[in-house]
Design a protein around this ligand. Structure first.
Ligand code: TYM
Length: 337
């Protein structure tokens, strides 16, 4: 192994992959590939915390791999795998469950949101979901976890669990777990709904006009941006603390994340212009970004064997790394090896 730092992250194949997933997470993963050892997984075990159609879940998991690659994740540089192909995730998750408190899990906002939305299926997996996420990260001794803002609370609990375990079992230094840091992008850490801009853009939103799917038709993408909810003030200014500007703030953020500029600079460029012109420019920038991704995605749809090979190799490599951590943990716990 070289001495590069380790990155771990993943997306759940639980719905349409959105522009929020791309700008908040995947786009940033691409840039880390030169300087870090990057590990990116398809988190299918997390997806079953809400009911999934099995055939669709299977298809979406491979579609997600295609999206990763189409967005610029290079399987020669990064380790890509399907979470359920690596039993260590379930093994470590169980052990860590015994080092995580009901009280801290009850405070997770995602649990509160999801249990409100799926009131007929508040299962134990939904509750212990952050423990599985902690296992994902800690298995690979990750230094950095690039995610969107909504996952930061889960990174915090991961750090708490790691520190707790280390402090119980590693009194003479040599910790079992690396304590990871979260990483948020400058712009795009929280892309908002296009229809209710005070709400996060979500792949499970019932209103398809609220989110942009990376697999939407190019014309559909442009139209969704053009019909984004804004305000009646008619002023293009970035005021992140002003809820009445949530729609414009969001479009500025999307533009900043796509172009690598800042919200303030873009607002200056468009000062005095109408919302119609501004939306048109945002739509063009997003379409420019997504078009080549779609092209590569469609090309990959012809390469089933190639994708299966990536999953197989990825699982082998990930199993090797992850089982090393599980062995260390089992030894500390007192399991007979
Ligand atoms: P998931 O699948 O909901 O989202 C994947 C990534 O996209 C980010 N994201 C957003 N970023 C900006 N704006 C938005 N509107 C937006 N919506 C989603 C998320 O923050 C995330 O980075 N639990 C995770 C998956 C996971 C994971 C892990 C991530 C499981 N194990 C270990 C990192 C490390 C999740 O449900 O993400």
């Amino acid at each position: 192994m070289d001495d590069k730092k380790i990155i771990f992250s993943g997306v759940q194949p639980s719905g349409n992959i959105t522009l929020g997933n791309y700008l908040g997470a995947i786009k940033n993963w691409v840039n880390f590939q030169e300087d870090y050892n990057c590990i990116y997984a398809m988190m299918d075990m997390h997806a079953i915390t809400v009911r999934q159609n099995p055939a669709e879940l299977r298809k979406r998991t491979l579609d997600l791999l295609k999206i990763y690659i189409a967005c610029g994740i290079d399987p020669e540089k990064s380790l890509l795998f399907v979470q359920s192909h690596v039993p260590a995730h379930a093994q470590l998750s169980w052990a860590l469950n015994c080092y995580t408190y009901m009280g801290e899990l009850s405070r997770m906002t995602q649990f509160k949101d999801k249990s409100a939305r799926h009131a007929d299926n508040i299962n134990a997996g939904l509750f212990t979901y952050p423990v599985l996420m902690a296992a994902d990260i800690l298995l690979y001794q990750a230094d950095l976890v690039p995610v969107g803002k909504d996952q930061m609370q889960h990174i915090e609990i991961t750090r708490d669990i790691a520190e707790r375990f280390n402090s119980i079992y590693c009194k003479e230094g040599n910790p079992v777990f690396k304590v990871p840091e979260g990483f948020l992008p400058k712009s795009g850490a929280k892309v908002m709904s296009l229809q209710e801009p005070t709400k996060k853009m979500s792949k499970s939103d019932e209103n398809p006009k609220a989110f942009i799917s990376m697999l939407d038709d190019i014309n559909v993408i442009a139209n969704k941006i053009k019909s984004a909810v804004t305000d009646s003030e008619g002023v293009i200014e970035f005021r992140p603390d002003d809820e009445t500007k949530a729609g414009i703030n969001n479009l500025l953020t999307i533009m900043a994340a796509v172009t690598g500029s800042t919200e303030e600079k873009i607002a200056q460029e468009f000062a005095g212009k109408g919302y119609g012109d501004f939306k048109k420019a945002v739509a063009e920038a997003v379409v420019e970004e997504i078009k080549p991704i779609r092209k590569r995605y469609d090309e990959l749809s012809e390469s089933k064997d190639y994708l299966e090979e990536i999953c197989k190799n990825g699982a082998e490599r990930a199993n090797k790394i992850a089982s090393r951590t599980v062995n260390k943990v089992y030894k500390k716990l007192g399991f007979v090896l």
